[in-house]
Design a protein around this ligand. Structure first.
Ligand code: SER
Length: 882
């Protein structure tokens, strides 16, 4: 029986077709960034998108599914980044073929079908296959042994070999919490000529016995305290590494020899000019381009934190390998077209984002190019000094100044047989954080004593409809952070009411200001902050009278200030939508400030937004303002809101019930803030500035309404002033300025010419004052205002004019002297310019030196200089008189 030779795309489609035939629904690959799952950095296996289905929290229209899932194991619980390039089978990015049962079939079918596909469809020789089972899973053992007929010596029971109960190679879990269960794994024996032992043996890590398929019998939901709670129904989750399987079905021994990687390695070899296709760095580049491209496809951009930093680390690791191959120009992004040709059909989202992927990679390459070279030099110095360990402080300097992620430094160190002091690195990092924290501002809206949190009901917010409200009950007062029963005049305090029209700072929108009052009492509110996520704290001072818990007050928000703020808030939503529409959906909100006088919006984007793009964004936002859409507010459940198409902010926590703000069909976003009635209320939107905040994050500042008009008037005013100065109308300003700069350039050229003429005139006069000593003409002169360059030019002219000569010139300005000494013609050899200059410099408190025919230096201007210059003929005479 011969195993067929199959391409990667044939393998993907065989797999899906096989399970379609067994009643499975074919599901597309989910993105690498898991939706709504804070427990996980990346999709690290096929089951991630089905997690809630296993847990019973989500229902699908099918109970059997199969797919080819893109996965990433870099950063987080499953991290293979450090092994890539060093082994035959580790990848950051890989593809997982999987089939699932959600409370439908279980161990028997899962095992029977896996065996059928491997041995009957793909005709793998049975004698090359081994299996492992969890040590107590007799059911799986029996199925393999009796139903399938695998002899006992090729079934290995694996116990808790990872140091804790249920911590085993045969007990699979997605993360520290969540669905988990015992598993059975199928191994392929690549043959005796490859080093390595069977699973469970001491040399199991060799490349001979390779795990190809893992069948997990999901039965529990692991809790944070380690407890295993049974799932509503037992499920099946299988995962087969496509690349490993392809190695077998293409009759090669390592994943890097399969069709996909061969094509990527060939491209990398061409781009880096590396002929040796076995070079480890080519493998690293071929692996990393897949991870990096798909991360960008899935909305991640290089940055200094979280997922963005993992991406940055992988890109920089690839670039360093390119650097080792001698590449000094951006090359990595040029791998993308090859990748698209190889994988675009299986993953249509890749070609759709090709342009973005190339641009984002190129931008990161250009950024790292600025420091990679010098960083490598620093590393060499440090490595030369280090005995075995690179000190943490040096690793930190490489990180902080040269952008070397610490695992990159560790990687380079490892190649040279060194390690990195990680503790020292962490300590240096922590120290920097401390310094930054200490420099940061202390925030007032922090704590609320626990007894109050337990006792009080959340503040009811009335401010969506009203700006004034009476009968508000004072439920708590805080003075210097502590609860008090009453406040007297002049007290600085925080007032908490049962209900309030005051908006508390959140979602970027600033807190309201205004007044709380009752008969004979006035509390001025400077800010409103949210305490413990649910209480509006009115921060301010008692201006008149006294206030106690239980009092009723009238609350009045500063209405013009709030009115100006809401224009900026609604405009922020329109801006967000316009950015995503024009620049792409990788744009995500990274921060926002909505104040009465301006808005500030930070978002992910990999390069500056240029002037034409900014103008277009402004144009689109203003068009939506003029369309005068009603700003509709809908209250609904979270899932309903997402189905409704509302944009939720990544990584933001939302409650079960959310508020959705919809402006026409242009913008639909989850938001708890306060907004305009119609977009036309915003009036006008003007961008004030665009700039970078950190790498991968841009910031736009803008103004609206009266603020935008004020900006336009102020600019008009400046234009009028400029026009008046130029003696023309505003319309003529550009022409007038152009004429003026041209004229200025012309004048500068004329001035340069005149200066040169004057200088040569001055030196011509000088030549006449040289004295002759033994046939050598000696000249020493002070030239007011000559800089070093003018001095050298004068020296050249004088040498020509005087022939056999010794010349010293001192150019003076602001109490300093630049010195130059020259020796020419037959005087050369008899007098040394360097000695002469050193002599004069030493007399004038300076220093200098140079060649026998030309030397330069500097000293102080003053009487000492005058007498030193006067003595030059005598100094020369001493040396050349016989
Ligand atoms: N979740 C299991 C794994 O990743 C099987 O899909 O190995």
């Amino acid at each position: 029986m011969t195993t067929p030779k199959l391409s990667s795309s044939q393998i993907r489609s065989d797999f899906l077709e096989f399970f379609r035939g067994k009643g499975h629904t074919i599901v597309p690959s989910a993105p690498l960034v898991p939706g709504n799952d804070p427990t996980l950095l990346f999709t690290n296996s096929g089951m991630v998108q089905f997690k809630d289905v296993f847990l019973g929290a989500e229902k699908r229209s099918y109970v059997r599914a199969a797919d080819v899932q893109r996965c990433l194991r870099a950063g987080g619980k499953h991290n293979d980044l450090d092994s890539v390039g060093y082994t035959a089978r580790h990848h950051t990015f890989f593809e997982m073929l999987g089939n699932w049962s959600f409370g439908d079939y279980f161990k028997k079918d899962a095992i029977a079908w896996a065996w059928e596909l491997l041995t009957e469809v793909w005709k793998l020789p049975k004698e090359r296959l081994l299996v492992t089972v969890y040590h107590t899973d007799d059911e799986a053992y029996e199925l393999w042994n009796k139903m399938v007929g695998i002899p006992a010596e090729r079934i290995v029971r694996i116990g808790d070999n990872k140091g804790a109960p249920y911590a085993s190679d045969n007990f699979w879990q997605m993360a520290d919490t969540g669905p988990c269960g015992p598993c059975t794994e199928i191994f392929y024996d690549h043959g005796e000529h490859i080093a390595g032992g069977p699973p469970g043996s001491p040399d199991e890590d060799g490349d001979r016995f390779i795990e190809i398929w893992n069948l997990v019998f999901m039965q529990f939901d692991r809790q944070p305290d380690g407890m295993l709670v049974p799932l509503p129904a037992p499920c099946v989750d299988t995962g087969m590494g496509m690349e490993r399987l392809a190695a077998i079905l293409q009759h090669v021994h390592t994943n890097y020899e399969i069709d996909l990687f061969q094509a990527l390695i060939a491209k990398a070899s061409e781009l880096t000019g590396t002929a040796d296709l076995e070079n480890k760095s080519l493998r690293v580049i071929a692996d990393h381009i897949r991870a990096c491209s798909f991360l960008i496809v899935d909305g991640v951009l290089p940055s200094n934190e979280g997922r963005g930093y993992v991406l940055r680390r992988i890109i920089r690791r690839a670039l360093r390998h390119g650097w080792m191959l001698g590449v000094r120009q951006p090359f990595f992004h040029k791998m993308v077209p090859t990748l698209v040709a190889l994988m675009g059909e299986a993953y249509p989202e890749l070609p759709a984002a090709q342009d973005l992927v190339e641009r984002a990679l190129k931008a990161e390459e250009e950024r790292f190019a600025e420091t990679l070279d010098s960083g490598m030099r620093i590393f060499d110095d440090v490595a030369a000094r280090a005995k075995e360990v690179i000190p943490g402080a040096d690793a930190f300097r490489l990180y902080d100044t040269y952008g070397f992620p610490v695992d990159l430094t560790a990687d380079i160190a490892r190649e040279r047989g060194l390690s990195v002091d990680m503790q020292g690195f962490d300590a240096a990092m922590e120290q920097q954080r401390e310094t930054a924290r200490a420099a940061g501002k202390f925030s007032a809206g922090s704590g609320l004593p626990a007894e109050l949190v337990a006792k009080l009901k959340p503040t009811e917010f009335l401010g969506y409809e009203a700006l004034d409200a009476g009968g508000l009950v004072v439920v708590a007062l805080l003075k210097e952070g502590r609860p008090v029963d009453s406040l007297g005049a002049g007290d600085e305090a925080v007032v908490i009411l049962d209900r309030t029209p005051f908006y508390a700072e959140s979602g970027g929108q600033v807190g309201d200001t205004g007044v709380l009052a009752e008969q004979g009492v006035k509390f001025e509110v400077d800010d409103t902050l949210k305490y413990a996520g649910q209480f509006h704290g009115h921060v301010g001072r008692v201006a008149v009278g006294s206030l106690k818990v239980g009092d009723h007050v009238l609350g009045s928000v500063d209405a013009p200030r709030r009115a100006a703020t809401i224009l900026n808030h609604s405009a922020t939503h329109l801006l967000h939508a316009a950015l995503r529409e024009l620049l792409g959906t990788h744009v995500q909100q990274k921060g926002s400030l909505v104040a009465p006088d301006r808005l500030r919006f930070d978002f992910s984007h990999f390069q500056p937004v240029n002037a034409a793009e900014l103008a277009e964004i402004e144009r689109r936002v203003n068009a939506e303002i003029r369309a005068n859409h009603a700003a509709e507010v809908h209250n609904m459940g979270m899932q309903e809101a997402l189905d409704f198409g509302a944009m939720a902010l990544f990584g933001e926590k939302y409650g079960e019930h959310v508020r959705v703000l919809k402006m026409g069909s242009y913008s639909t976003e989850l938001c708890g803030g306060t907004h305009v009635g119609r977009t036309g209320d915003i009036g006008l939107f003007k961008i004030v500035s665009e700039g970078g905040v950190s790498s991968g994050v841009r910031r736009i500042e803008a103004v609206t309404g009266q603020g935008a008009l004020d900006l336009v008037s102020a600019e008009e005013q400046r234009l009028q002033e400029a026009a008046a100065l130029l003696g023309g109308s505003a319309g003529e300003v550009v022409d007038k300025v152009r004429q003026l700069t041209e004229r200025q350039k012309k004048l500068e050229r004329e001035l340069e010419g005149l200066k040169a003429k004057a200088a040569s005139g001055a030196t011509a006069d000088l030549a006449g004052s040289a004295v002759e000593i033994e046939g050598v003409r000696v000249l020493a002169a002070r030239l007011e205002g000559f800089d070093a360059k003018a001095l050298r030019e004068a020296m050249d002219r004088l040498k020509q004019q005087l022939g056999d000569a010794v010349i010293v010139l001192a150019g003076t300005a602001q109490g300093k002297a630049s010195l130059v000494a020259g020796v020419n013609g037959s005087a050369t050899g008899r007098v040394k310019a360097g000695e002469l200059l050193a002599h004069i410099a030493s007399l004038t408190g300076g220093k200098g030196g140079g060649r026998p025919d030309l030397a330069q230096g500097g000293g102080e201007d003053g009487p000492a200089l005058a007498s030193a210059l006067a003595d030059v003929p005598a100094w020369v005479a001493q040396r050349i008189r016989p």
